[in-house]
Ligand binder design. Sequence first.
Ligand code: ATP
Ligand code: MG
Length: 446
Amino acid sequence: MGPIPAYVHTLLAALWDAGFETYPVGGCVRDSLMGRTPADWDLCTAARPDQTEAVLGGYRLVETGVKHGTVTVLTEGGPVEITTFRADGAYRDHRRPERVAFVPDLKEDLARRDFTVNAMALGPDGQVVDPYGGRADLAAGVIRCVGEPDVRFGEDALRILRALRFASRLDFTIEPVTADGAVKNRTLLDDIARERVFAELKGILTGPGAGRVLREYAPVIFQVIPELAAEEGFAQKSPHHIHDVWTHTAMAVDAAEPDVVSRLAMLLHDIAKPACFFTDENGVGHFYGHGERGAALADGILRRLRCDNDTRERVCLLVAHHDMRPPQTPKAMRKLLAKVGEEAVRQLIACWRADNADRAPDVRARNLAMIETSERVLEGLFAEEAPCFSVKSLAVNGRDILALGVKPGPAVGRVLDRLFNDVLDGLVPNERGPLLQKAAELLKED
Ligand code: ATP
Ligand code: MG
């Protein structure tokens, strides 16, 4: 287990010296025991918030969480949350309690925590305070509720998604009674704020166990995104595919880069497949237009989940283009670059690869060759001396066009657009001399 950082140790010492039991608790203990570096250190203490503030008067403090007993201390190592030992009062609407009660000891504080692996604290002599068997569950790779799962998920339904998130991130299984409780109580998720649901969903998707969790807890995921439910068991009747749409989706999520945009894109990429499905005269399934239509569905889903605009737009772009043929020529690649930009093209290529990871073997090999050609074409374009994928990166600008005698106004933009199209089509190199010559020709024609 790694050591407690000095900036945390100083806070612990100050509170102990003032007579208040104080412990690192929760995620930082779990991560340290796993040999991982904790993202942040949370402390719990016998001191009430006003007492914590008095002891740590020399620090900059943030009071936003005082109602729940939390004082945030700004240290040179980053913010540290210090929370008074508490029991959570009555729960309303399956959400976090409005009011909390402070309690005298650590044990009771640990009892309100969600999972055994999150309900451990570090004592002053380095001993682990672990009344619920957190260490054993950590060693076995198990997420288990503290107490009765049915009760705990009923108190706060967000814990259902937290269980899935930790199972994905730590690549753990969920203990059977806890797993049953999570699935059984899933409708309570409807009461949880969409922002919080979405934050957990992103955590589930970006973990190393994402695909497995999606498959094992499909009903929970469908509670949050009902539009996905039609994918489960949906046979594709196509020589391209060996799995139903949901299984394929889960596998594609695993194969994708572990960033939020790529993972969300793979989760939603085939969402319109069931709606676009038809079989031809040979009984073979097709899904024409499911990319475009999927992007429209994804847009609605992400808005509902209060996804930020930038993420939503990137995801929808990937969903919309995931089923296109990878550009095989410089001309086709220039067009795509001009349309969506370099970053999106690179993400799109990664998505094609992820989508292709679960395909019938011969189809996969053929697709892979096309994707690799696309990549080579892309690199070839960027190896050019003056790559040009937008009007702005043309080797001439509006002033040059004015100098040719064009009147100021929209005509200037029209000439630049035509030059840009000719560069995309490979008719003119993106060089000043040839472009000016071409512009002069265009003006003569008019
Ligand atoms: P992460 O590394 O994702 O931050 P974490 O364990 O620190 O993991 P937090 O959401 O930061 O998770 O919560 C800190 C601790 O507070 C948890 O370890 C857990 O003990 C407790 N906790 C958080 N949310 C809940 C909840 N909804 N119900 C019960 N206990 C919770
Ligand atoms: Mg945390």
